[in-house]
Design a protein around this ligand. Structure first.
Ligand code: SF4
Length: 154
């Protein structure tokens, strides 16, 4: 089970997409210098198919992508919910996952259009820092295309 704190429509987190970003709580990563320490607590509403169906109904015409921000406590559930979105009737929205992990399973490659990997290391900075350890990939036909540099040119 996953819980989420809030959501917002954003433009920077996934290049070339208008994204509904869902901030998932219960983060297990405990990064030093965490930008959102409240997300380490197990707070908020349960994130399930019913919630996603309501959000899709409300925002489908305004967005092109849904991004799961976190969810490392239960990657299988993030994948399951991504599959639900991909199989939903109507215009398909892309799916993205911002994970703090450094690796992911083969099934993840089949499940998302975009994925961000890597813990937040304060000294290296986030995706917008050229020294970052984090990587952002576009998944194209099962291949990972590194788009991280796109975050440095803004
Ligand atoms: S992954 Fe993000 S939310 Fe979780 S501890 Fe690290 S910086 Fe904070």
């Amino acid at each position: 089970m996953l819980r989420f704190h809030n959501y917002d429509i954003v433009f920077q987190e996934v290049p070339c997409e208008v994204t509904l970003a869902i901030n998932i709580s219960g983060c297990p990563n405990a990064c030093k210098g965490c930008h959102s320490p409240h997300l380490m607590e197990d707070i908020g509403e349960i994130l399930d198919e019913n919630v996603l169906a309501v959000l899709l109904e409300k925002y489908r015409d305004a967005i092109t992508c849904v991004c799961f921000m976190g969810g490392d406590s239960n990657p299988q559930e993030v994948e399951r919910l991504s599959v639900f979105l991909r199989n939903a009737t109507g215009r398909r929205v892309k799916t993205a996952w911002y994970s703090g992990r450094n690796t992911f399973s083969d099934s993840t490659l089949q499940t998302f259009d975009y994925i961000k990997l890597g813990a937040y290391i304060e000294a290296l900075g986030g995706l917008d820092s050229p020294t970052t350890n984090q990587r952002f990939y576009r998944i194209e036909g099962g291949a990972m295309v590194d788009w991280t540099e796109r975050f440095w040119k803004r």
